[in-house]
Structures are given as C-alpha cells and as structure tokens.
Design a protein around this ligand. Structure first.
Ligand code: FMN
Length: 176
C-alpha cells in the first residue's frame, strides 16, 4: 500500500509522533511505501478560499503542500496523528487538511483512513468530539475509517512510552 502519514504535533519526540514512528516502523517492515508529512515543520499556508484552484487544482500558494499533494491523491491509506488541543486537532494539521480543498475532486475515491489522538484528560468523550469531525470528513470523501488509536491520560513528553499504545501502533503498521 501507499501510505501517507500526516502528523500534527510540534513536539518532535512527543506522544503522537512516537505512535507515528512506531506505526511507520511496522508498516515499513511489511513492505509498505510511506510518505510522512510533519505539518508543524512544513511551510503550509492556510486556505484563503479564493477559489483560484477551481477547476485547475493549482493553489495560489506554492508551498510544501503543493509538492506533497500528489502523495495524497495516490495514497491508499491516510493516517492522521495529532495531539488534542482545546477539544480539536492541532492547528498545524487542520491547516494541511483545509488545503485538501484544492484537490477535493480527486480525493473522492476509495481510501482507507486512520486517526491517532493523544491527550491529557481521561475522558473518552474528549476523543469522541474529535473523531466526530473525522467521521464527517471521511463520509464526505468516501474513505473508510479502518482503525484508530485513542490515547488518553498523556501529558508530558515520553508519557506514551509507559503505555501499550506504542506496541499497538507498531502492530497496526505491521499487520496492514
Ligand atoms: C495548546 C494545548 C491545548 C491542549 N488542549 C488539550 C485538551 O483540550 N484536552 C486534553 O486532554 N489535553 C490537551 N492538551 C494536552 C495535549 O493534548 C497532551 O499533552 C498531548 O499528549 C500532547 O501530544 P504530543 O506530545 O503528541 O504533542 C493541550 C496541550 C496544548 C499544548
């Protein structure tokens, strides 16, 4: 499979990036082709709704999204990984998702999708709010949400290393 991982945390060795590392390790061992896009470390301008991309699919901003967009179109599986910030995903990941708009027509096809969320509180309702947004997007695009990793009770760097989620992420990648 061609897999695109969109990672939203600005903490390079943070909890969600640790899950991403582990997932990618397993997926690579099983021979999948991975593209990783760390949204917080890329130059991605927010969508300004100018509609200049219609119908050309070319955005007015020639930034890192433009050089990566073909990977989204061609991917079989897209993984979204983010810390929860104020009951939502990180703004860095959201900015990247909003840029899907320029290639929206090409994204309505059969793809798989996964969501990895890390957050500090221990309420499953917190993750449900965020998953609800993803469910809406996946339904709109016709993508199938195959698996998720919801990792509560994680605050500090490295907290995830004391949980089973790291192994779960590895196995998810390995057993695709
Ligand atoms: C700006 C900001 C907002 C946050 N908002 C929430 C929140 O609404 N709910 C929550 O449980 N944790 C919240 N957190 C905690 C993070 O989700 C938590 O530390 C997470 O493990 C960070 O993941 P990372 O290491 O991958 O960046 C917030 C942290 C920051 C910096």
């Amino acid at each position: 499979m061609k897999i695109l991982v969109l990672s939203g945390s600005p903490r390079k060795n943070g909890n969600s990036n640790t899950l991403v590392d582990s997932f990618i390790k397993g997926a690579k061992e099983s021979g999948h082709l991975i593209t990783r896009f760390d949204c917080a470390f890329k130059n991605v301008h927010p969508c300004i709704a100018c509609d200049k991309c219609k119908p050309s699919t070319k955005c007015v901003f020639e930034d890192d999204f433009e050089t990566m967009k073909q990977e989204i179109i061609e991917s079989d599986l897209v993984v979204f990984a983010s810390p929860i910030y104020y009951y939502s995903i990180s703004s860095q990941l959201k900015m990247t998702i909003d840029r899907f708009y320029s290639i929206d027509e090409k994204l309505h096809k059969n793809k798989k999708a996964m969501v990895f969320l890390t957050y500090a509180d221990d309420a499953i309702e917190t993750a449900d709010l965020v998953l609800g947004n993803f469910r809406g997007m996946f339904e709109f695009l016709g993508w199938t949400n195959t698996d998720n990793i919801i990792a509560p009770s994680l605050w500090s760097l490295g907290d995830v290393n004391h949980t089973d989620y790291v192994k779960k992420a590895y196995e998810l990648g390995k057993n695709l």
